[in-house]
Design a binder for this molecule. Structure first.
Ligand code: GSH
Length: 195
């Protein structure tokens, strides 16, 4: 979505992570975290972590600014993005990985192990996610985008967080109408349709 918004074209290689292609050569030595995405530079440097990759690309191709332009915008976008990732995306992800049968044997992203799924972790993850939803709802009552008037990387993070939340029965539309409307606005962008 970030690439499309910024009209950046990269050579893309698709990996089937469900079948563990990232653990096979030549990919297994590229990213020790066993996850996608990662970016290989011409000098063979590997950058993993979605937001780190996006930040690197924003430095190379600043416009449209998705990490903010002024110091204040940059700080606010980073603040909201971190809150969404740390307090929303991660608890939700751990909840789903600890409950859905399809994640048996891979409860931690980028690993294959005997670690059992924990139902208490699944429950706590949803509780943490709902704390986050209650905190962002007032912000979305008065702002079109999560960090204010402009679309940013934080909206992209939020959109994927809310896409993921559809795997859980939370009745977002009725319980959090502001968040539902925001998610709907972001996922209707052409960049989301093209993913
Ligand atoms: N913190 C990483 C998370 C990356 C991640 O969890 N990627 C998933 C796919 S969306 C993955 O590669 N999973 C592989 C697996 O669990 O085996 C980021 O933001 O890029």
């Amino acid at each position: 979505m970030f690439l499309y918004e910024k009209k950046i074209e990269l050579d893309l290689v698709e990996l089937n992570v469900r079948d563990g292609e990232q653990f096979k050569k030549p990919f297994k030595n590229m990213n020790p975290f066993g996850c996608i995405p990662f970016l290989k530079l011409e000098d063979d440097t590997i950058i993993s972590e979605t937001v780190s990759i996006c930040r690197y690309l924003e430095d190379l191709f600043p416009e449209p600014y998705l990490f903010g332009k002024s110091a204040k915008e940059k700080a606010l976008i980073d603040m909201w993005n971190r809150r969404l990732e740390l307090d929303g995306f991660l608890p939700l992800l751990h909840s789903i990985r600890n409950s859905s049968p399809r994640f048996t044997g891979r409860v931690i992203p980028g690993t294959r192990s005997e670690l059992p799924q924990l139902s208490s972790m699944a429950e706590r993850g949803i509780e943490m996610f709902e704390v986050l939803l209650n905190r962002i709802s007032p912000q979305l009552e008065t702002n079109e985008y999560i960090a204010g008037a402009d679309f940013s990387i934080a909206d992209i993070t939020g959109c994927y967080m809310m896409d993921l939340s559809e795997l859980v029965d939370l009745d977002i539309e009725n319980k959090y109408p502001n968040i539902f409307a925001w998610h709907d606005r972001i996922r209707k962008r052409k960049s989301h349709k093209n993913v």
